[in-house]
Design a protein around this ligand. Structure first.
Ligand code: IMP
Length: 202
């Protein structure tokens, strides 16, 4: 791998319209004293996610936002992969919730599809892409492994958090204190890699 580009700017745009994700990334960026805005706040267009991998989709979102805002942009493409479903919903995690973003329905769909299995291993994936207005990109991928649990429990977090129990814990991500989730999540894993590569002095 070539030399990583360091982030030295004062401002960054989070290439997302998902308030749950924006809140988590904002919290993760808090220690770096960067001025954070989001594509949602700035009313920027949402590109179509036509990629075949989490990284492809993160690049599509970060490049579109960096290009229209002319600011460095950070995109997160993430999702839940269930082993017995061959990795579904995967990159289609948001789309399983339909246009109304109904995650109650998406979780129900997963429950029905896995009804024949007693234990369902699953993992969350988070691809992060940091893209500068000149088109340069840095990509990272993080994971957290665990299992599905029924019925959904907890009201913290977002998306599929109420049915995901990380390995070594009894609580779902939605029952945990957000700080505890941030310490072990797929987003934290990818974020730690990003910080080590781009936010530290060389
Ligand atoms: P994206 O905006 O296309 O990356 O969609 C990601 C989707 O994956 C989200 O809408 C959630 O459904 C799911 N997801 C990603 N990260 C998390 C998480 O930390 N907790 C719960 N669900 C998540």
């Amino acid at each position: 791998m070539g030399e990583r580009r360091h982030f030295t700017e004062k401002q960054i745009v989070i290439a997302s319209h998902n308030p749950g994700k924006v809140r988590e990334i904002r919290e993760l960026l808090a220690p770096f004293g960067v001025n954070v805005s989001s594509a949602g706040d700035m009313d920027l267009p949402e590109p179509e996610e036509t990629g075949e991998t989490f990284i492809d989709n993160a690049i599509i979102k970060a490049s579109a936002t960096a290009s229209v805002s002319q600011l460095p942009a950070l995109a997160d493409d993430s999702g839940l992969c269930v082993d017995v479903l061959g990795g579904a919903p995967g990159i289609f995690s948001a789309r399983w919730a339909g246009p109304d973003k109904n995650f109650g329905m998406a979780m129900q769909k997963i429950m029905e599809a896995t009804a024949d299995f007693e234990t369902c291993k699953a993992h969350f994936v988070c691809a992060l892409c940091l893209c500068w207005p000149d088109g340069h990109v840095e990509n990272f991928e993080g994971y957290v492994h665990g299992a599905l649990s029924w019925p959904p429990r907890g009201d913290q977090g977002f998306g599929y958090d109420p049915i995901f129990v990380p390995d070594g814990y009894d609580e779902t991500f939605a029952e945990m204190d957000p700080a505890q989730k941030h310490a072990m999540s797929h987003r934290a894993d990818a974020f730690n890699q990003l910080v080590a590569a781009c936010f530290q002095p060389s």
